[in-house]
Design a protein around this ligand. Structure first.
Ligand code: GXQ
Length: 290
């Protein structure tokens, strides 16, 4: 009864609101406040420190794009690491790829995992795949311990730079990701909004261009319940076999038969893969000039 408004200094002067039917969970973990509520029109909603992480209605866009943009860009992904993504949605999407043999996930907050399993079973279903190995801990420390060249792909499904995910936006972390990737390996990170955060994106792109000597691209998608209605992704590859993110070499068809239990893809397809790298001029000017 009432409205939830997403007010944050990260998007001053604006706040997306959702009509609340019932608050289902409120808790404080070692890292952040965790809340779940039943919304009137977007299904259940997961909120961390007052910031919307996902809603049942539109999570397909973010989870499918952040997973398939990298994995469909390399021919035969086998070893994948997910940093963050405690709700399990990215795991659900990664597990659609039959070539994948090992999926490591490092999530710092156990409460996010438990709450997702309890309230978002269609998202947390990702944990049920036998290839998934869960590590509860800090992604920065995890990556430091990873042997060089271990992974074909790393997906950084983080929250925003204010809070526990702050370090996941800084240079040392990107360097540790590059080290953990094989030559021609790929990383996809959550990269904010071109409407709200061009300055943050500028810094991220500058760091990525210094660190990833393959290709560096910015893609974006629409998520109605994220501020400004869009969210971006950094797609980078390490030096080695070239990766052309804009032309998927490993297309995943919409009715991928490997995933009866996970349902069909609701958002991602090869056309929207290519289209997601087309940017408005104001963003292109900044990103292509770095
Ligand atoms: N697996 C879903 C995790 C969602 N990650 C993030 C949650 C916070 C959201 N804020 C958007 C801020 C404006 N760009 C970005 C994605």
């Amino acid at each position: 009864p009432g409205w939830f408004s997403e007010i944050s200094p990260m998007w001053p002067g604006e706040a997306h609101s959702l009509k609340v039917e019932k608050i289902l969970f409120q808790g404080k973990s070692d890292y952040q406040n965790v809340m779940v509520f039943q919304s009137a029109t977007y299904g259940k909603v997961l909120v961390l420190d007052g910031v919307i992480q996902l809603t049942e209605r539109d999570e397909c866009s973010y989870q499918e794009m952040i997973a398939h943009l990298p994995l469909c860009s390399i021919p035969n992904p086998k070893k994948v690491l997910v940093i963050g993504g405690g709700d399990g949605g990215v795991l659900r999407e990664v597990s659609r790829h039959s070539s994948v043999e090992q999926i490591d996930i490092c999530e710092i907050d156990k409460m996010v995992i438990d709450v997702s399993k309890q309230f978002f079973p269609h998202v947390a279903i990702g944990y049920e795949d036998p290839r998934v190995k869960l590590h509860v801990g800090d992604g920065v420390a995890f990556l430091k311990a990873v042997p060089e060249g271990t992974y074909d792909a790393v997906i950084v499904d983080s929250s925003d730079p204010i809070g526990p995910a702050q370090e996941l936006f800084e240079k040392p972390f990107f360097e540790s990701v590059a080290k953990a990737l094989r030559p021609g390996g790929v990383v996809c990170t959550q990269a904010e909004s071109i409407w709200l955060h061009m300055h943050i994106i500028e810094d991220i792109v500058a760091n990525c261009r210094q660190i990833f000597k393959g290709s560096v691209n910015y893609a974006w998608t629409t998520v109605p319940t994220y501020p400004s209605g869009v969210i971006g992704f950094m797609l980078c590859s390490t030096e080695g076999p070239p990766v052309d993110f804009k032309h998927p070499v490993n297309p995943i068809d919409a009715d991928d038969s490997h995933c009866k239990s996970k349902g069909p893809l609701k958002f991602y397809n090869s056309e929207i893969h290519a289209a997601s790298f087309c940017l408005p001029s104001f963003a292109k000017k900044v990103i292509d000039s770095i």
